[in-house]
Write a protein that binds this ligand. Structure first.
Ligand code: NI
Length: 137
């Protein structure tokens, strides 16, 4: 029984964003970021998969209690970002482009302190069905 197990918890949240560099023209922003540069913002249905790897506890058989993991994700991520404009309504993305990459890093950093140090944490974030990122890579 000396083998690590991966535990996954799926959640989702809806949020608006705009990707842009303030010192670029609207045209250059549209060229680089496409519709995600729309000045009036737009929404995504983000699918979040939180992965925790570790040894099952000898007594409970759990790597992590998924109820506890769900509560952590609700408290740290969903309540913070769901139905928010990431650029305007959050401190995390005031000065950070809310790309899927950056959102995944921010989510990792918010959850990591709440997870036992002996457990590994990975974040997978789907911005669309076809576009998703993993952090850490
Ligand atoms: Ni977008």
């Amino acid at each position: 029984m000396e083998h690590k197990v991966a535990v996954f918890r799926k959640e989702h949240f809806n949020a608006a964003h705009r990707l842009f560099c303030a010192d670029w023209s609207d045209q250059k922003n549209m060229t680089v970021f496409g519709p995600c540069a729309n000045p009036n913002y737009h929404g995504h249905n983000y699918e979040l998969v939180v992965q925790v790897n570790g040894m099952p506890d000898a007594q409970t058989g759990f790597v992590i209690n998924t109820k506890d993991l769900s509560n952590i994700v609700q408290e740290e991520i969903i309540s913070r970002f769901d139905h928010k404009n990431l650029n305007l309504d959050t401190t995390e993305f005031k000065n950070l482009n809310p790309t899927a990459e950056n959102i995944a890093i921010v989510i990792y950093n918010l959850i990591r302190p709440r997870i036992n140090k002996e457990l590994d944490l990975k974040i997978r974030l789907y911005e669309t069905e076809r576009n998703f990122v993993d952090y850490p890579a």
